[in-house]
Design a protein. Structure first.
Length: 260
């Protein structure tokens, strides 16, 4: 299964990271960053306002798509995002999505928007690391965490003043995720076991998402028809990667989809 391979590779990367920067040092860096950035940006507030919000993603590759050839240099893309989207997602997974911490830090320097570190978070070290590099939010994937991990990691993230997007893909994962009382809950239309996409996943699960949660639809949004379809499911925000990475004018596309 693809997901098992990604997690296994992440464990190897984590062991290497801890040799370069000790857990004690990364905690110090996270605390220093927390003091510097107090109240600077809020991922949750960026998404909860009236109307549809858009999270524009930086994604260089994926197991399903292979390498994604960006139509814009990083600086130009960030200018386009800054002028049109409400928050940013940046992949930091190295082996399968070709991301990295240095890539995230480049994005961070170019944008005042809230940024979520999108990765496969399986160790508390990663949450301190996320804070240290300037993330405003992190992703918790229900499919790779047990109930105790979700509870502990959610609490740790909030203690670090990080917002949390809890990602689900089926009814059981929604139920498990709601047990931690997240402010933001997402439905990934991509099955992380085989990376197939079914937009109806968001519609099917929407009835289980309480109205007081910020509800995010993730993956597979590539056309006006997709946007209109998902808007019928009471979503508050879209997380969009491939569609923006493969066009020369993500600003125009984002503004167009917000107008539908």
């Amino acid at each position: 299964m693809i997901l098992d391979k990604i997690v296994a590779d992440k464990q190897i990367r984590l062991a290497e990271a801890k040799k370069l920067v000790s857990p004690e040092e990364i905690r110090k860096r996270a605390e220093q960053k927390r003091k510097e950035d107090m109240g600077a940006r809020c991922f949750y507030e960026a998404l909860k306002k009236p109307g549809i919000s858009i999270i524009g993603e930086f994604k260089n590759a994926s197991p399903s798509l292979g390498t994604i050839e960006s139509k814009l240099p990083l600086t130009k893309r960030m200018e386009e995002y800054n002028a049109s989207v409400d928050a940013v997602s940046c992949l930091t997974e190295e082996d399968h999505f070709h991301g990295g911490l240095d890539y995230f830090e480049q994005v961070r320097e170019l944008s005042p928007l809230p940024i979520i570190r999108k990765d496969f978070m399986i160790d508390e070290y990663q949450f301190y690391e996320a804070k240290a590099i300037g993330a405003d939010a992190v992703l918790l994937i229900a499919a790779i965490l047990d109930d105790a991990q979700m509870k502990d990691y959610y609490r740790l993230a909030r203690e670090l003043e990080l917002d949390v997007l809890v990602e689900t893909h089926d009814e059981a994962e929604v139920e498990r995720s709601l047990a931690v009382n997240p402010r933001i809950i997402g439905v990934n239309n991509r099955d992380l076991k085989d990376f197939t996409i079914h937009l109806d996943t968001t519609r099917r699960l929407s009835k289980y998402i309480p109205k007081d949660k910020v509800f995010v639809a993730e993956s597979g949004i590539t056309s006006d028809e997709d946007v209109r379809f998902l808007l019928q499911s009471r979503v508050d925000a879209f997380l969009i990667g491939r569609a923006f990475m493969e066009v020369k004018n993500p600003k125009e596309l984002a503004k167009h989809w917000k107008s539908l």
